[in-house]
Design a protein around this ligand. Structure first.
Ligand code: SF4
Length: 357
């Protein structure tokens, strides 16, 4: 049985700098059929965190709070230990073929986060204990594409590094993919808690990405995550551990002085990043976008946010199934893309920009 908390560093409540400790724990009975479920149950019982049973990890009732905002905040401090029953993986274009479902929900409070709508009324943190079944399913997907690389994205519905000290699932996934000739893993994080992953047998099959942004965006819109410096320091450790490294610059946001702000961020990155990281480095560029539903939820949950979401200033981009989103008008988006790509070429001549979207 794995003991994922042994030797864990400092723990604090509700801060990106320390490790997340839940205020409330819910457990699905079926999770106790798995060693990891039993281990987590015993751990939180010993630590005196209130534990309740729940019939389904999709319908947790009883998270305290008088108002919706209070309930939302408490949900973000609630851990739900469950079994992933749906083993149909979602597609994850453009960065991978499939999403690898290890967890759902995140302890961070980024105002613009896609999880605001993605997990809607269930913002609690769900971790899955049946990893062997999840990996067996990943293997099936790989077998459907013989002799072709299949990429799995482990950060589609969560920030897996922020909860790794709880389950150890990310390390398991990295080592599983390290053994697959045609399997590759990718994930992205805004957290610096990477130490337990440095000795994983990754075999170069996992691209470890950090989400970075201009100081203005991190300061105003990313509470509850690690600072720029901590992320950068963690990126150095990861590169030295031989992982292929990447940066996702998202959301690219046009604040006053954005050109100078993004240049400064990239300059700091290039000056401080260890040389090992430069050899196999990727960038992914994603402009800020929002939907009407997301805007309403963000304004409800973070009423003082300065995040600019004025539909009249944006272009409506139709998506699949008639669901669209607001992005920057073409000229503004192009200006973002050109500036970022030019600065990356200047400062990271060997790096590859995978896409701008
Ligand atoms: Fe969302 Fe990522 Fe921020 Fe977590 S760290 S709240 S997943 S944007």
């Amino acid at each position: 049985m794995a003991t994922t908390l042994q030797g864990a560093p400092e723990q604090t409540r509700n801060s990106g700098e320390g490790l997340f400790v839940p205020d409330y724990v819910f457990v699905e009975p079926a999770a106790l059929d798995y060693p990891l479920g039993q281990e987590l149950y015993r751990r939180y019982q010993k630590e005196g965190v209130p534990i309740q049973m729940t019939t389904s990890h999709n319908q947790v009732r009883g998270i305290p709070g008088e108002t919706d905002v209070e309930k939302y905040r408490n949900a973000k401090r609630t851990l739900v230990i469950g079994v992933r029953k749906t083993l149909k993986f979602e597609p994850s274009k453009p960065s991978a073929e499939y999403a690898l479902p290890l967890a759902t929900g995140c302890v961070g409070h980024c105002h613009y986060c896609y999880l605001n709508t993605n997990v809607g009324t269930r913002p609690y943190i769900r971790v899955y204990v049946n990893t062997d079944e999840i990996f067996a399913q990943a293997l099936k997907y790989m077998q459907e594409r013989p002799e072709e690389i299949t990429r799995f994205e482990a950060a589609c519905t969560s920030d897996p590094v922020s909860i790794e000290h709880i389950t150890g699932n990310l390390k398991r996934a990295i080592e599983f993919m390290g053994q697959q000739e045609y399997g590759r893993l990718r994930f992205v994080t805004k957290f610096h808690h990477v130490d337990s992953l440095l000795d994983a047998k990754h075999n170069g099959h996992t691209r470890f990405r950090f989400s970075m942004n201009a100081d203005y965006v991190i300061r105003h819109f990313e509470p509850g995550t690690s600072s720029f410096e901590r992320r950068l320091e963690a990126a150095g450790k990861v590169a030295r551990a031989g992982y292929p490294l990447g940066f996702i610059l998202a959301p690219l946001y046009r604040f006053d002085g954005w050109e100078a702000g993004y240049s400064e961020m990239l300059e700091r990155l290039s000056e401080q990043l260890v040389p090992e990281a430069m050899e196999d480095l990727t960038f992914e560029l994603i402009q800020h976008r929002f939907t009407k539903i997301a805007k309403n939820l963000i304004l409800q949950r973070y009423p003082k946010t300065r995040l600019e979401m004025n539909e009249a200033d944006r272009k409506y981009k139709w998506g699949k199934y008639g669901k669209g989103k607001y992005v920057y008008p073409d000229q503004q988006a192009k200006a973002l893309q050109h500036h970022l790509e030019a600065e990356i070429a200047r400062l990271f001549p060997k790096a590859r920009v995978e896409y701008f979207t």
